[in-house]
Design a binder for this molecule. Sequence first.
Ligand SMILES: [Fe+2]
Length: 447
Amino acid sequence: MGQQRKDLILDMGTPRLTPPATPDFYSYPWTPLAQAVIDGDFVALTWPDGTGLPAHGWWLRECVVADGATDPVTRELTIDPADLPDDLTVTSVAVDDDGALAACWNDGFSGTLHPGWLRHVADGHHRSSAGLPTAIAWTAATMVEPPTFDGPGALTDDEELLAFLEAMVTFGVARLRTLPVDDTGRLDEEGQPVEGLARLTDRIGVRRRTNFGDLWNVKAEITGDHENAIANTGFRLGPHADLPTREVPPGFQLLHCVANTVAGGWSTMADGAALVAHLETEEPETYEALTTLRWVFFNRSRDHDHRWTGPMIDLGGRGRPLTLRAFYPVRGFPDMDRADVPRAYRAAKRFHQLAADPGFQIRYPFLPGDLIGFDNRRMLHGRDVFDPGTGVRHLRGTYVDHDEIHSRLRVLRRHTRLTDSAPDGPASIETGRRSASTENHDKEFAP
Ligand SMILES: [Fe+2]
């Protein structure tokens, strides 16, 4: 390979006529490599702008799209790690005439890898948070009411649905207006549910069914043996997140207003990410108690016994999002040393005080046709007290996990805006606080 030929390609960014397939179904810009050097078990890759990637030889062997490595049809790995030779090593590497990586291994396998695909790994754009919008924490000073979109539009237009989902992921909450109301389960002439909530969530992915059902009702109608949740009363519901009784509480909740003629009962919402950031900075003792002292949460029911033990502010682990376990109606027992119980209660009191503080919380009416979608593990939602005797307040609701929302969002972005381009950079919650980040990132990544 002559240097002149290589420089010409680098200057022009010329793609190959038939670039190597990538281990996915995205398209990547052709980003020619400058250098590839074997460095022990790794291959040190370098691009002309100085960006580097230490790529393990076994990982590169897996990522070649060819029989005996990544299957060219499904783009999934076919190598059982148990079958990898103990002494598998890269025997030679080169940057070919077009800037792709060519490599040979001592098991007789050889292959070429797309330099743009390798570059997206070097840039960290392969992680689970890639392709998602950057989340922004808010307070009542920066958010007056939920970002609002057209309900019928979200049912038929991918751009409208994408805008709604992006806002829901960015701010933790978004609203649709005039979404068709129907709670009969009827289908239209095309076999689609008439109910807007069902149609919307069908367009997103799989709903998460719980012991409350698939699509459930919120009505002030508890009588006799129907005592299933305090939500089905006219009581005030303080700021909370649903189902902390589960190992993984539902990711998103969607509530659709069917009818509302009662006096009072306004909805409330506070961003838990902002609240957590405030506590970490301004009230470290309370923050420490809320993030470390554990409670047993369990639902009271004749037919179900869900329990989980965890702190009220569950920071999760690497790559796992913030989870607030903050539904006092189902907080059962302190699960901590006796000496810690008093400060655990003081911290819980402070947490709920702040969540209802006008500085953090917004309030808004819930109109028939309105749908509120929110991150159930990040947001703290609630409602004011109302008198069931003054009219009817009927909501329909369901849960959809983070995975479903994020997958639909990535695919919609690919189809409507990026035309099969690779996902862009990783997302995090912009609070300046490590604790509210959706994913922790190593300073260096070495696959
Ligand atoms: Fe709730």
